[in-house]
Ligand binder design. Structure first.
Ligand code: AMP
Length: 215
């Protein structure tokens, strides 16, 4: 299975991707996670990506496509994978098609986690993420509060608020999503690959909807 997860920032696709990875035993490829890891290591690519991420803008296509092409050449992807946060532009979607075509492969499903904009703003401004990248658990100060404030329930590491999870940047990211990424919904629909699921409700219910959609 080679799955693309689509959805606005804060739609819960990262959380759902992690759950699906456990269930299906296939890797999650998140371009956002790759950029944050590169930034933590202080690589030139990470530092370049940060200048865009901090403003809520998209990292240029050539950088993103290069990163994904390299990742998709790794040998751990035999059983498939889940793309989370990629593609985000039409150019990226077309580049993905080309990379896969050269490998004699194709995307099997594109799942849209559908959430209204105002709900996304509410969710993102309260989001807290575990600093331990191996854990990466996410909480919400109101909807899914950790047992102890600022501490991850799962691994005990510190929780932090992502630099780009502030209201101004969130609005920027939403605008970018609606303009540049939302058209991909039609792109995958035209290919007959789109599965749309309601992204509002308990996490487990949304997960069940996604499982249904890719069954
Ligand atoms: P995410 O963790 O998916 O919300 O991504 C965080 C930020 O990383 C985005 O707001 C972009 O600045 C950048 N980013 C991640 N994936 C992509 C992509 N496919 N294309 C362009 N920028 C990206």
């Amino acid at each position: 299975m080679r799955i693309v997860l689509l959805g606005g920032p804060g739609s819960g696709k990262g959380t759902q991707a992690k759950m699906l990875v456990e269930k299906l035993g296939i890797p999650q490829i998140s371009t956002g996670d790759i950029f944050r890891a590169a930034l933590k290591e202080g690589t030139p690519m990470g530092l370049k990506a940060k200048t865009y991420m901090d403003k809520g803008e998209l990292v240029p296509d050539d950088v993103v496509i290069g990163v994904v092409e390299e990742r998709l050449s790794k040998p751990d992807l035999d059983k498939g994978y889940m793309l989370d946060g990629f593609p985000r532009t039409l150019a990226q979607a077309k580049a993905l098609d080309k990379i896969l075509e050269a490998q004699g492969k194709s995307i099997s499903h594109a799942v849209l986690v559908d959430v209204p904009d105002e709900e996304l703003v509410k969710r993102l401004s309260g989001r807290r993420t575990c600093r331990n990248s191996a854990c990466g658990a996410m909480f919400h100060v109101i909807f899914n509060a950790p047992k102890k404030e600022g501490v991850c329930d799962i691994c005990g590491s510190e929780l932090y608020q992502r630099d780009d999870d502030n209201e101004k940047t969130i609005r920027e990211r939403l605008g970018v999503y609606n303009k540049q990424t939302a058209p991909l919904v039609q792109y995958f629909a035209d290919k007959g690959l789109l599965r749309k699921v309601q992204g509002v409700g308990p996490i487990e219910e949304i997960f069940a909807r996604i499982e249904n959609a890719i069954a």
